[in-house]
Design a protein around this ligand. Structure first.
Ligand code: SAM
Length: 159
């Protein structure tokens, strides 16, 4: 599989999983947290799928398309490991983390802190959708609702 095909497969899984969980998230209370605003494509998608829901986005800096930049009060700049810590206990309904790099060594470092952070951000029953695996006793991995291969994108529920 070429890198282009792999990217398309990952984005397809991302879209499929987000669409699936948004139906469930719409039925529950709680913030949505977007870890890694990037270009703002998934932020834009979440905003469309969950109209009226507060979505707080995090990144080191603003690199998003002008149509996809959150209001100042919903944008948190800095290192996610530090900035999102302030939101622990917020009982979020959904945390979407798209901060994988495709480099095993870098993603291994992220894996040392991201799962614990996400477990602390979510309400019981809330969902985590992530580009990297989330190995944590309070995050139960669910089958990804997509026809793409299982390791493309990850879905967990806070237990
Ligand atoms: N989902 C986004 C979209 O659809 O446009 C793309 C996100 S992009 C792949 C990842 C973003 O996460 C980058 O903008 C990067 O700056 C940010 N990021 C990655 N690791 C981070 C960290 N530890 N702290 C803050 N931002 C981080």
């Amino acid at each position: 599989m070429s890198r282009l095909e792999s990217f398309i497969s990952r984005m397809t899984a991302q879209r499929d999983i987000l669409d699936h969980v948004c139906v469930e998230v719409a039925k529950m209370e709680g913030l949505v947290l977007e870890l890694g605003l990037g270009n703002g494509r998934t932020f834009h998608h979440l905003r469309e799928r969950l109209p009226g829901r507060r979505i707080v986005a995090f990144d080191r800096e603003v690199g998003a398309h002008a149509s996809s930049i959150p209001e100042a009060e919903n944008l948190v700049l800095g290192e996610i490991r530090e900035t999102a810590r302030r939101f622990i206990g917020i009982d979020a309904a959904l945390v979407h983390a798209d901060i994988g790099t495709g480099y095993e060594d870098r993603d291994a470092v992220t894996a040392t802190w991201l799962p614990d952070l996400i477990a602390g951000l979510l309400r019981v029953g809330g969902f985590a959708v992530s580009g990297t695996p989330l190995d944590h006793p309070q995050l139960q991995r669910l089958p990804a609702p997509t026809s793409e291969p299982a390791d493309r994108y990850f879905l967990c529920r806070r237990v």
